[in-house]
Design a protein around this ligand. Structure first.
Ligand code: COS
Length: 379
C-alpha cells in the first residue's frame, strides 16, 4: 500500500522506488550477500530511474529531490537490501560536502563524475579516528599552489569503485579540530591506492576498504571552503546522512515485519491453528509495527525541519538512533518468532539481522548519537 498521507509527487516516488527495488534489488540481494560481490550494474539502473545522488540540484545534473522524498526512496532500497542501499546512499553521501561548501566551479567539475554514473566516496574515518572524528591524522601540506596529502583512511564505503573521494586531512595539526580541511581528490591522482578490503558480517555487497594516500598532490583549488572548515563540513554532512541511514533501517525493519507476518499466517501450531491466532504472537507483531511507524515519523519530522531550514542536528541523531535500533530489534524478533526457519541461511530474516547490526555502528555509533542529543539538551 502506498502511504496516502503523502502528496501525489511523494507517492509517485514511493511507487517508483518500490518498483525499482522489486525489479533490481530483491531478486538478486541474497546472491550478492552470499558472494560478497559488488553490484556494479545497479548504478546504471538507478541513474536511469532518476534517483541517483538525489540531493544534487537539477542545475548540476542531479534530480534535486526534497529530503523527504530522498528518505521515502531510501526506505524502499532498505526494504530490498541494506547492502545495496548502503552503496546507493553512500554515493549520495559523497555529494553532500560539495553541496555544503563547494563553489559553483567545484560543483560543476565534481558532480559530473558521480551524477553521470560514476561513484564517489566519503573518507573521514581513520584507524585512530573513528568516533573521535576530530582525531584525523592524515595531513595536507601546502606546497605552492598544491596540497600534498599523506595518511590512511579506513572503512571507506565504495572506495574500490569510486572515481572521486572527499578526503579529510589536517592542514595544521596544532589546531586540533580547527585545523581539519576537506579536499576533492580524484582516483587517478598518483599516490592514491586502495588497501585492505573488509570482509563483513552484513551489508556484504557493499564495498568497504582502506584508502592509502602517499604524497598525493591536488591543486589548491580542490580545497572545500577554507583551511580549517573540514570538521564543520564533516559534521554537517553527517547531519544530512544520518537520517538516510535511519531510512535504510526503517525499510529493513518493515521487511522483517512483513516476512514475519507471512510466516505466522502460514505456519500452523500443533493443534493446526496458524501461529497468528495466538495473542502472544499478535502482540509481538503489533510491537514491531509500532516501532516501524514511530521510526518513520521521527525521520519525517527531521526531514521537515531540514526542508524548512531549521536546526535538525539533534533530530537527525534521534532518527538515526531510533530507526537503526528498531531495525536491530525487529529483525532479531523476526528471527526469534520464525525459530529454526528464521535462523536458516535460506531465510530472508537472518540476513536482515546481520545487516541491521552495522547500522547501529556506522555514520556515528548510536552512543555518539546519544552524545549529540544529550549535548544539545544539557548545554
Ligand atoms: N554542524 C556544524 N558544526 C558542528 C556540528 C554540526 N552538527 N557539530 C559540531 N560542529 C562544530 C562545533 O561547533 C565545533 O566548532 P568550533 O570549534 O568552531 O566551536 C567543531 O565542529 C567541533 O565540534 P566538537 O567540539 O563538538 O567536536 P568533538 O571533537 O567533541 O566531536 C563528535 C564531536 C563526537 C560528535 C564527533 O566527533 C562525531 O560526530 N563523531 C562521530 C564521527 C562519525 O559519525 N563517523 C562516521 C563516519 S561516516 S563514514
Amino acid at each position: 500500500m502506498l502511504d496516502k498521507s503523502l502528496t501525489p509527487e511523494q507517492q509517485e516516488y514511493q511507487q517508483l522506488a518500490r518498483d525499482f527495488t522489486a525489479k533490481h534489488i530483491i531478486p538478486v540481494a541474497s546472491e550478492y550477500d552470499r558472494t560478497g560481490d559488488f553490484p556494479e550494474f545497479i548504478l546504471k539502473e538507478v541513474k536511469e530511474a532518476g534517483i541517483n545522488c538525489m540531493a544534487v540540484p537539477k542545475e548540476y545534473g542531479g534530480p534535486g529531490l526534497s529530503s523527504l522524498i530522498q528518505s521515502i526512496v531510501v526506505e524502499e532500497w532498505g526494504y530490498g537490501c541494506a547492502g545495496f542501499a548502503t552503496t546507493l546512499a553512500g554515493n549520495g553521501l559523497s555529494t553532500y560536502p560539495v553541496l555544503i561548501a563547494g563553489t559553483d566551479e567545484q560543483k560543476k567539475s565534481f558532480y559530473p563524475y558521480i551524477v553521470n554514473g560514476g561513484m564517489g566516496a566519503f573518507a573521514l574515518t581513520e584507524p585512530g579516528a573513528g568516533s573521535d572524528a576530530g582525531g584525523v591524522a592524515t595531513v595536507a601540506k601546502r606546497e605552492g599552489d598544491e596540497y600534498v596529502i599523506n595518511g590512511t583512511k579506513c572503512f571507506c564505503t565504495t572506495g574500490s569503485y569510486a572515481s572521486v573521494f572527499i578526503i579529510f586531512a589536517s592542514t595544521d595539526p596544532s589546531l586540533g579540530t580547527k585545523g581539519i580541511s576537506a579536499f576533492i581528490v580524484e582516483r587517478e591522482r598518483e599516490g592514491l591506492t586502495i588497501g585492505a578490503v573488509e570482509h563483513k558480517l552484513g551489508i556484504r555487497s557493499s564495498n568497504t576498504v582502506e584508502v592509502l594516500l602517499k604524497n598525493v598532490r591536488v591543486p589548491a583549488a580542490h580545497l572545500l571552503g577554507q583551511e580549517g572548515d573540514g570538521m564543520k563540513i564533516a559534521m554537517k554532512t553527517l547531519d544530512m546522512a544520518r537520517p538516510i541511514v535511519g531510512a535504510i533501517g526503517v525499510g529493513l525493519a518493515r521487511r522483517a515485519m512483513d516476512e514475519c507476518i507471512k510466516y505466522v499466517k502460514e505456519r500452523l501450531d500443533i493443534n493446526g491453528k496458524p501461529l497468528a491466532a495466538h495473542q502472544n504472537v499478535q502482540f509481538r507483531i503489533a510491537d514491531m509495527a509500532i516501532q516501524v511507524e514511530a521510526a518513520r515519523q521521527l525521520l519525517r519530522r527531521c526531514m521537515s525541519l531540514k526542508e524548512a531550514g531549521l536546526p535538525y542536528s539533534k533530530e537527525s541523531a534521534m532518527a538515526k538512533t531510533f530507526a537503526t535500533d528498531t531495525a536491530m530489534k525487529v529483525s532479531a524478533e523476526a528471527v526469534d518468532l520464525m525459530g529454526e526457519f528464521g535462523y536458516s541461511l535460506d531465510s530472508v530474516v537472518e540476513k536482515l539481522m546481520r545487516d541491521a547490526k552495522v547500522m547501529q555502528i556506522y555514520e556515528g555509533t548510536n552512543q555518539i548519537q546519544r552524545m549529540v542529543i544529550a549535548g544539545q539538551l544539557l548545554r
